[in-house]
Design a protein around this ligand. Structure first.
Ligand SMILES: Cc1cc2nc3c(=O)[nH]c(=O)nc-3n(C[C@H](O)[C@H](O)[C@H](O)COP(=O)(O)OP(=O)(O)OC[C@H]3O[C@@H](n4cnc5c(N)ncnc54)[C@H](O)[C@@H]3O)c2cc1C
Length: 397
């Protein structure tokens, strides 16, 4: 039979993972990325056990382990340093079979880019709109239009293609807080940091995540008006956390001002009515951007990519996409809601809520804390695909 063609819009984690999965299952893939080239971006990223299994399915488990550090030793502290919850890597592995991995976002990007090397990469080409026909879809860019049997929309939280396909949808909304992020070089890391630590104050949070090569990734969040981060530099951030427990002030002092990243947090609180329009599927933040409070945005994008590639391997496009929407929409939309709720609860300025939150977490047994992540972490990929048979398209099964 003739080779089936797919266009992927966006070369972030969702787009690259989908391109890798579709190439692996016999599709001819063209990926459009608006940036002129794939440049190393961002700070650290945590890949939870469900994301690890998705990467295994994409055959990049070894590459992940080479460039990251296995983690599971994690804890929550108050601003003064009192421990509320602590877990060990053994407890995480006992419950989920695999640990979480932490790596620099640029390394995850590189791993996925290598895995998708069979795809044709068209960088510096922005897709301006998408049209869904009955059997074929069209992606339009400045120089013309491209057609394919399947178009995958993975152009992020402010997706242009989503707006074209669902003109009545209000799109992304400011989630009510912003983040700063930084990576401290190994030579400047003040202490041996035992694992991932998140510390909570009133309206503020601070996370510390050791990377594989001795560097440390940190993130800070604060509730406040949209755009507030534009008026603050590293000195202002350090002043906000000056009386927090160590090594927070030390890490901020060791961060290079030019390495500071700051962003407003956006999500998609109004659920999309479908992740599918004709032969077009939406994935990742374009479909279900969530706040970072569960650390699941990229992991869900990886789950989307693997699910779509597995379903599209040996089904017709309409059958695969109907199933994709049925499987992925309820799960990810529930996560968008939960993540926003967790964010509101943990980052409240309300002193009473902060006391309640701390008391609740101090009383929570570690097992219950780990179990709370079960809905996300327990995900399993579809059975492995026999690539010999994937060119044979059959009806819905
Ligand atoms: C502070 C913070 C911390 C986070 N930490 C974690 C974590 O630890 N673990 C986790 O799982 N998740 C985490 N996330 C979430 C995660 O970063 C996102 O969910 C994930 O990166 C989304 O990937 P994506 O590919 O869908 O979108 P994006 O990364 O936004 O990629 C979209 C791509 O599409 C391109 N593009 C956009 N428009 C067009 C166009 N019209 N034509 C062509 N190309 C286009 C863009 O240039 C970009 O390359 C975090 C998020 C934040 C904000």
């Amino acid at each position: 039979m003739t080779e089936r063609t797919a266009i992927v819009i966006g070369g972030g984690i969702a787009g690259l993972a989908t391109a890798a999965g579709l190439c692996r299952t016999g599709w001819r893939v063209t990926l459009f990325e608006q940036a002129p080239e794939f440049t190393p971006v961002g700070a650290g990223i945590v890949v939870a056990p469900n994301g690890v299994r998705a990467l295994e399915w994409l055959c990049v488990g070894d590459a992940l382990r080479e460039r990251s550090v296995a983690t599971g030793a994690a804890g929550i502290r108050t601003a003064t340093g009192r421990w509320l919850v602590r877990t060990t890597i053994d407890e995480l592995v006992a419950q989920y079979g695999v640990p979480a991995y932490v790596l620099h976002r640029a390394d995850l990007h590189r791993i996925l880019l290598d895995a998708a090397q069979a795809a044709e990469m068209r960088t510096g080409q922005r897709i301006t709109t998408v049209r869904a026909g009955l059997k074929i879809a069209e992606a339009v860019h400045e120089a013309g239009a491209e057609h394919a049997d399947l178009v995958v929309v993975a152009d992020g939280v402010h997706s242009t293609a989503r707006a074209a396909l669902f003109p009545g949808h209000p799109g992304a909304a400011y989630a009510g807080y912003l983040t700063w992020r930084g990576v401290v070089p190994a030579a400047k890391v003040p202490l041996d940091i035992p694992g991932m630590i998140v510390s909570w104050g009133r309206g503020l949070g601070f996370g510390i995540v050791p990377l594989a090569d001795g560097r440390v990734y940190w993130f800070a969040s604060i509730t406040g008006p949209e755009g507030a981060h534009l008026h603050e530099d590293l000195r202002d951030v350090a002043a906000r956390f000056a009386d927090w427990h160590q090594p927070i002030p030390q890490l901020l002092a060791a961060t290079a001002p030019e390495a500071l990243l700051s962003h407003d947090i956006y999500h998609l609180p109004t659920p999309l009515p479908s992740y599918v329009a004709g032969p077009v599927a939406l994935l990742g933040d374009a479909a279900h951007a969530m706040t970072p409070d569960l650390g699941q945005g990229a992991c869900q994008a990886l789950e989307d990519a693997v699910t779509l590639a597995a379903l599209a391997a040996n089904r017709s496009v309409p059958a695969a996409l109907a199933q994709y929407d049925r499987i992925r929409r309820p799960r990810t939309q529930a996560m968008v809601r939960t993540s926003a709720r967790v964010g509101r609860f943990t980052a409240s300025w309300n002193p009473l809520l902060a006391v309640l939150r701390n008391a609740l977490f101090r009383l929570l047994p570690t097992r219950a804390y780990l179990r709370a992540s079960a809905a996300a972490f327990s995900w399993r990929p579809p059975p492995s695909i026999d690539t010999e048979t994937t060119h044979k398209v059959v009806g819905d099964v």
